[in-house]
Ligand binder design. Structure first.
Ligand SMILES: [Fe+2]
Length: 272
């Protein structure tokens, strides 16, 4: 599997803080079947100096060296989580901000948390018009988007890929609003990719293996493979995948996903 949204790079944001933790996370992810992760730190965090593309590349190289030395079968690619703001395209084109996997083709864009920007759609369209593949991070957890299915449907029709978080699909890990939105997006076949957005070893850990198994049981092997491996691999190569290809011949065991959603909604939440 390929996890395109992670905070494995230590000491740069609210993700892991120590290199030892990053190695444990790499080991844990590899044990679940993850062979590649993209490090996607926040660029601005807690009043620190903004993280540069050069710093990210350097830290990722160092981390890969240590992962290899430990004999863990996992590769980390550089990347970042880019905020949706008006000068986004210029910052990408100038190389100040980094594309996903340093691919020069695909970007991971974080939507504003509380309220959607009136110009948000136009900003995303300008990225698409400039030839970028756009992945929108965790819309199901974003209060500005999670109750606006028509907007999310519109963004998918424009060509934006929605990345749903593994934890939003697993009972006990998400807020009711996030879980409900995640399952609505799955049910409407609007999800393009699933990633962990892992921040720690226990809380918000990498749970790709568990999520993939749950998707397989609910939507079948093909969908699970595409959302966790096929689509992320293609996007990192700069290739688009039609959602029809992802969701084709999907059998929906409706009673199962409704049962799952009920289980998710019954639990306490720790989303944030
Ligand atoms: Fe993130």
């Amino acid at each position: 599997m390929i996890d395109i949204h992670t905070h494995i790079l230590p000491g740069v944001d609210d993700g892991l803080q120590h290199i030892g933790e990053a190695l444990l996370m790499a080991e844990d992810a590899a044990a679940q079947g993850v062979t590649m992760m993209v490090a996607t730190p926040h660029l601005h965090w807690a009043g620190r100096q903004p993280l540069s593309a050069a710093q990210i590349r350097e830290s990722v190289e160092e981390l890969n060296g240590l992962i290899q030395a430990k004999g863990v079968q996992l590769t980390v690619l550089p990347g970042c989580e880019i905020p949706l703001q008006p000068d986004l395209l210029q910052r990408l084109q100038s190389g100040e901000w980094m594309s996903l996997g340093d691919s020069g083709r695909v970007v991971l864009v974080e939507p504003p948390w509380e309220s959607w920007l009136p110009s948000g759609r136009t900003m995303l369209q300008s990225l698409l018009d400039a030839g970028w593949i756009v992945v929108l991070a965790h819309p199901e957890r974003t209060p500005a988007l999670q109750r606006n299915l028509p907007l999310l449907e519109d963004l998918v029709q424009m060509g934006v890929y929605l990345q749903v978080t593994t934890g939003s699909l697993i009972p006990g890990r998400a807020s009711p609003a996030a879980a409900r939105c995640a399952y609505e997006l799955m049910e409407h076949r609007l999800v393009g990719v699933v990633a962990s957005d892992c921040h720690g070893l226990n809380h918000r850990r990498c749970d790709m293996g568990e999520a993939a198994e749950l998707i397989r049981r609910t939507y079948g092997r093909h969908v699970a493979q595409m959302l966790t491996t096929g689509v992320p691999r293609a996007l990192l190569r700069g290739e688009k995948v039609q959602l029809e290809q992802v969701w084709k011949n999907t059998r929906t065991d409706e009673s199962r996903w409704k049962r799952l959603l009920r289980a998710v909604l019954r639990r306490e939440t720790d989303d944030g």
